[in-house]
Design a binder for this molecule. Structure first.
Ligand code: FAD
Ligand code: SIN
Length: 546
């Protein structure tokens, strides 16, 4: 059964970026917001620590700018960071005006928390450690009441629609009715979030399978900095998917990391100890874990723990750990991707008619390593800018469209295995019976294992070659024709290919065979398209303005 629909603006994804874009864009035209699960199912809902913005008396956008650049390890694009830190405070005030109940002290002032690599207290939070839920529920409620905004849940985007190299909408599978729906729009906004699920250990919920990266790649978009994955140092170390997070804010309140034998190790590694940048803490824990388990000792917080961190307290207690008395077992887990679909500061991608914002995009705000709590802020700031830009999207004549056929990346000097064509093309299906579901479960687990082992916290050329060849072999299996496996494979391949290309260590990307930051890689970004990989200076992605 095929159906057709039209909108002025199509927004894909219902996290902070998609919801905020849709609400703001509804002032300018008819908006259709489609999301693959329930409205609240997103990384956003799970966010704990908060949103960073220069709201404190001793803070300023300039100080936030410097901290963001420092965390980004030489790869942030400064124009985008300026936008982030300058627009940030006003976007928080917008949320408050919409009704966000951020935590306040007895005098009614916003309580500003501290997280790693921030030189000031600037993290706005809600319900202690349920900031994401507060924001997602608030925005979802507004979206449902916004005139001119139609919401379709359980609509899974399959492919972007392309005509004459312009994006003209997207094709969806209605997971409830089974109908395939073609939605044509003057402009399409990708707000599909991240891809933690391509790793065996992740904090990201099941929707984070990298669909947006894969669809954009297949449509011919440019993706940048895909090698930079942020591994959060402290997920709760139980074999679960996703792994519950123990927010960095817990370390911000004084918790320390210790080995099973009780040794505090971060003081030997970085002057900021437990509040060193995430990549430093994650790798230190990873190293210690080769020998012994690692724990977070938050006992110094005592009874303050359940008050300040009610969600994390519950998550621990449900697993038999009382943080007031017990050490909390922790381990790193894939958490966030700094790279993504290249976009300018108005969210315009390299494909006319296609915008991207939030985690799926790469404006260069995070460089090689994201500063904690800058992601929710990114979602808000760039969603607003996309919404302002949408009415100015140029028209593309006749919009009768056909999706572009996926193509083969030409790998240049990279191993041949990077260049494996997608076997199935468009028309992916969901597994329809127990046997197909089992294939997909096995394939997802294998992708997770490959990526964790060979494209994870510590990488090498040999390991990445193994990853690429095993991913290529997986493409030849039946499961590769099913969703979400095809998207996970494309996204994993983009990460591993980019990681192979960058022969140095920087931020979230660590190569055992190139363990130092290399001066010649400063300001250089790996850009991947269907045509292959390219290294560009200062994010200067060749871009025809549209
Ligand atoms: P998401 O919130 O992930 O939303 C993506 C949406 O796209 C979802 O609705 C999804 O269902 C939909 N979607 C995906 N694919 C498709 C498809 N094919 N078709 C249709 N819809 C699709 N950041 C901070 O700044 N502060 C924090 O305190 C913080 N804590 C975090 C805690 C956890 C446990 C996690 C996982 C992340 C945290 N982050 C935090 C990161 C932050 O939450 C995310 O980066 C941010 O929420 C991303 O927002 P988004 O709108 O881009 O994507
Ligand atoms: C956390 O609360 O530690 C997560 C914050 C973030 O990912 O920015």
């Amino acid at each position: 059964m095929n159906q057709q629909t039209v909108a002025d603006f199509l927004v894909i994804g219902s996290g902070i970026a998609g919801l905020f874009t849709a609400i703001r864009a509804a002032k300018h035209g008819r908006v259709l917001l489609a999301t693959k699960g329930e409205l609240l199912e997103s990384n956003t809902w799970y966010a704990q620590g908060g949103v960073a913005a220069a709201l404190g008396r001793e803070d300023s956008p300039q100080v936030h700018f410097v901290d963001t650049l420092q965390a980004g390890a030489g790869l942030c694009l400064t124009d985008a960071v300026q936008v982030l830190v300058n627009d940030g405070p006003q976007r928080i005030l917008d949320l408050i005006e919409l009704g966000a109940r951020f935590d306040r002290d007895q005098e009614g002032r916003l309580i500003l928390g501290k997280e790693a690599a921030h030189s000031r207290n600037r993290i706005v939070h809600a319900r202690g450690d349920a900031t994401g839920a507060e924001i997602a529920e608030l925005l979802a409620g507004h979206a449902q009441k916004t005139a001119g905004l139609t919401i379709n849940t359980n609509w899974l985007a399959l492919e972007l629609l392309m005509q004459d190299a312009h994006c003209t909408g997207a094709m969806f599978l209605d997971r409830q009715s089974g109908a395939v729906i073609t939605c044509r729009a003057k402009a399409t906004v990708l707000a599909t979030g991240g891809c933690g699920q391509v790793y065996r250990f992740t904090t990201n919920p099941s929707v984070a399978t990298g669909d947006g990266f894969a669809m954009a790649y297949r449509a011919g978009a440019r993706l940048m900095d895909m090698e930079f994955i942020q591994f959060h140092p402290t997920a709760l170390a139980f074999e679960e998917n996703p792994m519950p997070l123990v927010s960095e804010a817990v370390r911000g309140e004084g918790a320390i990391l210790v080995t099973a034998s009780g040794r505090r190790f971060m003081t030997d590694i970085h002057p900021w100890a437990e509040l060193a940048p995430r990549n430093v803490v994650a790798r230190a824990i990873f190293d210690v874990m080769q020998e012994e388990r690692v724990y977070l000792d938050a006992t110094s917080l005592g009874d303050k723990f359940p008050q300040r961190f009610p969600t994390i307290f519950r998550l621990c207690m449900e697993r038999g750990v009382d943080p007031r008395r017990d050490l909390i077992p922790v381990a790193p887990a894939a958490h966030f991707i700094m790279g993504g679909v290249w976009a300018d500061t108005e969210g315009r991608t390299s494909i006319p008619g296609l915008y991207a914002c939030g985690e799926v995009s790469c404006t260069g705000v995070h460089g090689a390593n994201r500063l904690a709590s800058n992601s929710l802020l990114e979602g808000l700031v760039f969603a607003e800018r996309v919404a302002q830009a949408l009415p100015h999207t140029p028209e593309v004549g006749d919009r009768a469209t056909t999706p572009q056929t996926p193509n083969t990346p030409q790998a240049g000097e990279r191993p041949e295995t990077a260049a494996v064509a997608h076997p199935a093309g468009v028309g992916y299906r969901l597994p329809a019976n127990a046997e197909e579901e089992a294939w997909c479960r096995e394939a997802a687990a294998e992708i997770g294992d490959i990526m964790w082992q060979y494209a994870g916290i510590v990488r090498s050329a040999a390991g990445l070659e193994t990853a690429l060849s095993r991913l290529a072999a997986l493409r030849r299996k039946e499961a590769a024709g099913f969703l979400p496996i095809c998207n996970m494979l494309d996204t994993a391949m983009l990460i591993a290919t980019s990681a192979y290309e960058r022969q140095e260590s920087r931020g979230g990307h660590y190569r055992r065979d190139f363990p130092e930051e290399a001066a010649e890689w400063a300001n250089r970004h790996v850009v991947v398209t269907r045509e292959g990989c390219q290294v560009v200076q200062n994010g200067a992605v060749p871009h025809r303005p549209w």
